[in-house]
Design a protein around this ligand. Structure first.
Ligand SMILES: [Zn+2]
Length: 216
């Protein structure tokens, strides 16, 4: 069932180690089929090298496993919460990518000091509250934080990165760009205080990138 959806989820998951965003079995990506009300997510604790598209677990929006031989990722309740809260999204990615998580460890937002940050995130990448893993708390914290920002990425305090996108590929792109910006901003910070871009430039860059950039 839903072979294309599983493929989309699989492709985003195996791209995580390729982009240096995760180690071992950590991290996960999911993709949703809104018409069926189901999402495909990485199984829990399976090595990326051994993963196949058929290993992706189908879960409905009530949180029930619909199909799959393996148990879904332990972050499944958080993905479900995001799909329910943001009707326009088609994919979710979660990583502990090191540079972004370094900012999260200090509870620091990544200030919008680069055009790439303005383009992709429309401002700072915000920090969400600390939440213990396993409950609803983490999803609630992500939703509350993202609802107040244009950013598709959030740094969850002392934990890691969650990103959303129109599909799993877009969520993956946000995770890659978040880590890239986190690294550059950290390097820049060693040279002195970070100068945030003026708001009118951020708005103009965001508008151009979201509406004009690329092959349309
Ligand atoms: Zn995590």
């Amino acid at each position: 069932m839903l072979k294309e959806l599983k493929r989309e989820s699989f492709e985003a998951n195996v791209a995580l180690p390729r982009h240096g965003l995760i180690n071992l079995t950590f991290g996960n990506a999911s993709a949703i089929d809104r018409s069926r009300g189901m999402f495909a997510i990485k199984p829990s604790g399976v090595d990326y090298a051994a993963l196949t598209p058929d290993d992706m677990v189908l879960v409905d929006l009530e949180g029930n496993k619909v199909e799959g031989a393996l148990n879904p990722s332990s972050d499944t309740p958080t993905h479900r919460k995001l799909f329910l809260a943001f009707a326009g999204i088609g994919g979710v990615v979660h990583t502990h990518s090191p540079y972004a998580t370094a900012w999260a460890a200090h509870g620091l937002a990544i200030p919008c000091v680069l055009t790439a940050l303005a383009d992709e995130f429309g401002g700072d990448i915000p920090v969400g509250p600390f939440a213990r893993i396993g409950g609803e708390e983490i999803g609630v914290g992500i939703v509350a934080t993202l609802a107040e920002h244009r950013s598709r990425a959030v740094l969850m305090r002392s934990h890691g990165v969650f990103t959303i996108g129109a599909d799993a590929r877009e969520a993956l792109k946000a995770a890659v760009m978040c880590e890239d910006a986190a690294r550059t901003a950290l390097l820049a910070r060693t040279l002195g205080e970070l100068p945030r871009l003026p708001q009118e430039d951020i708005d103009a860059l965001y508008d151009r990138y979201q509406n004009i950039y690329g092959q349309r």
